[in-house]
Design a protein around this ligand. Structure first.
Ligand code: FAD
Ligand code: NAI
Length: 467
């Protein structure tokens, strides 16, 4: 007997779960409050990567003189750029709508709340409420940006990431609060489009929690690009004056004011469960606002599942989609669990950064005996031909078994290269496996093969003195 399932939220966790449920023969109702595709397709991954690609193109043209290429009057038509980005979003979100329809998922555009463990009430756009009975509920309501005191998002003076993805013009001076994923991706993008950029970061360095060797390359790159990056710095508030927005900041040296014409506050995101009625079924959030789940993505109520950002870190689209697939399989009665060794992370900075598996610091803390091999893109013919030689690939392996434990990279196209590393870790591959695999020449993935060889002191295209 097919089960009837209500999926709350149509982001990459919810809509993927819904489609898989339908493929497995279940009856699915998807409830979505704002837009099909969720944060990711509408105001997250996709629009940000479109604008970042545009920034990269402008920057590439500006720096092509070494290749003998120059172009005068490179102009950015902001309205056209934003419209182009909106077109990509529309195509993708339309595609999600089409897929849900083709799979016969009922879509209710409205806000869903749980009435009891088998009933969801949906407040529809026309103000009426529809009640849906079901066997199972999947909560996939995602996350929202965190606002800090003194910087409420009005999307005029103070942008959240959403405002930053729909500019009316390119700011002259953008102050970014938060040197994490969004702050750096969008801060660098605006710098390439011509803004002066100042980033205020609370901790001692950019991208807390990421491989520090990789982050050093990003910090160096920010300096080269002319981005002012202030660490251990807190924004206290701001005033709008005649000459611009006066942002009061507290640094290690004391208090000062930075004058700009645009503020972007990007200090993290929090799980979203407002109005969901969790209390009606006795569901409790943890201290950080996440819903605890088991390996089958079940909450403490057996027929209620949670997937995506609401279900815990890392708040990444592909992790949410994977969880959605697991929940769908479990609901359909298959033997399935969230049993992944690693979730890759990709950061679209300049250069790009990507990682998967264990970090070096983590291995040191745990006392794991490990080996490390690195290969710099400066020694890659392909990287040279792309004029992007900054960065490296670093592979960490178990000192005894040679199994790959973690891979961290910074450099050209590493957001694509990391897929090979994720596959290697999932399959329990060793550095020798990677080193023995023929990698086509001349390509960037050769850096993976060389880094794997470097683990054993045998990289061919760099000199590794015998230890
Ligand atoms: P969401 O995508 O947030 O979707 C949840 C949906 O639920 C929303 O559409 C919401 O309207 C709906 N909803 C909420 N409450 C209700 C309710 N009561 N009833 C009905 N519907 C409801 N991740 C990556 O992996 N790669 C990237 O490059 C990347 N870039 C990003 C860039 C930016 C600027 C931002 C903000 C995020 C980015 N992320 C990226 C993170 C990624 O967007 C999220 O991890 C992902 O969207 C989470 O998916 P989700 O389905 O859990 O939630
Ligand atoms: P983040 O957690 O990545 O970074 C927030 C930064 O703000 C941190 O460096 C933190 O130390 C700093 N911060 C916090 N409070 C501050 C304050 N008061 N003053 C100054 N700095 C402060 O969060 P972000 O960038 O908002 O992104 C949210 C999430 O979205 C990410 O964690 C990630 O999960 C996801 N994302 C993923 C992307 C990708 O996969 N490429 C791109 C963008 C977002």
């Amino acid at each position: 007997m097919p089960r009837s399932v209500v999926v709350l939220g149509a982001g990459p966790a919810g809509y993927v779960c819904a489609i898989r449920l339908a493929q497995l023969g279940q009856n699915v109702t998807v409830v979505e409050k704002s837009y099909l595709g969720g944060t990711c397709l509408n105001v997250g991954c996709i629009p940000s990567k479109a604008l970042i690609a545009a920034g990269a193109l402008v920057d590439r043209i500006a720096h092509a003189s070494a290749m003998g290429i120059s172009a005068d009057n490179v102009r950015v038509d902001v309205d056209k750029l934003v419209a182009w980005k909106a077109g990509i979003v529309a195509k993708l979100t339309g595609g999600v709508g089409g897929l849900l329809k083709n799979h016969k998922c009922e879509v209710l555009m409205g806000s869903g709340s749980i009435v009891d463990k088998n009933t969801v009430a949906v407040k529809l756009a026309d103000g009426t409420t529809k009640t849906v009975k079901c066997d199972d509920i999947v909560i996939a309501t995602g996350s929202v940006p965190i606002a800090i005191p003194g910087f409420a998002f009005d999307e005029k003076d103070v942008w959240s990431s959403t405002g930053a993805l729909a500019p009316k013009s390119i700011p002259k001076h953008l102050v970014v609060i938060g040197g994490g994923y969004i702050g750096l991706e969008l801060g660098m993008m605006y710098r390439k489009l011509g803004s002066e950029v100042t980033v205020l970061e609370a901790t001692a360095g950019a991208l807390p929690g990421q491989d520090r060797d990789c982050v050093k390359v990003i910090e160096r790159s920010m300096k080269k690009m002319g981005i002012k990056f202030l660490t251990e710095t807190f924004a206290q508030g701001y005033e709008r004056k005649k000459d611009g927005l006066h942002v009061r900041i507290k640094t290690k040296k004391g208090e000062e004011t930075v004058v700009c014409d645009q503020i972007g506050s990007m200090v993290g995101r929090k799980p979203y469960s407002e109005g969901l009625g969790l209390e009606k079924v006795g569901l409790k959030l943890d201290a950080k606002g996440f819903l605890a789940v088991d390996k089958q993505m079940r909450t403490s109520v057996p027929n209620i599942y949670a997937v995506g950002d609401i279900a815990g870190q890392p708040m990444l689209a592909h992790k949410g989609s994977k969880e959605g697939l697991v929940a769908a399989a479990v609901i359909a009665g298959q033997k399935e669990e969230y049993d992944v060794r690693c979730v890759p992370a990709v950061i679209f900075t300049a250069p790009e950064m990507a990682s998967v598996g264990a970090q070096e610091e983590e291995l040191k803390t745990k006392g794991v005996a490990y080996k490390s091999g690195s290969f710099p893109f400066a020694a890659s013919g392909r990287a040279m031909s792309l004029m992007e030689t900054e960065g490296f690939v670093k592979i960490l392996t178990d000192a005894k078994s040679d199994e790959i434990l973690g891979v961290h990279m910074v450099g050209p196209e590493v957001t694509e290269l990391i897929a090979e590393a994720a596959l290697a870790i999932e399959m329990g591959a060793t550095a020798e496996d990677l080193a023995r695999t023929i990698h086509a020449h001349p390509t960037l993935p050769e850096a993976m093969m060389e880094a794997a060889e470097a683990v054993h002191g045998m990289a061919v295209h760099i000199f590794q003195p015998k230890k």
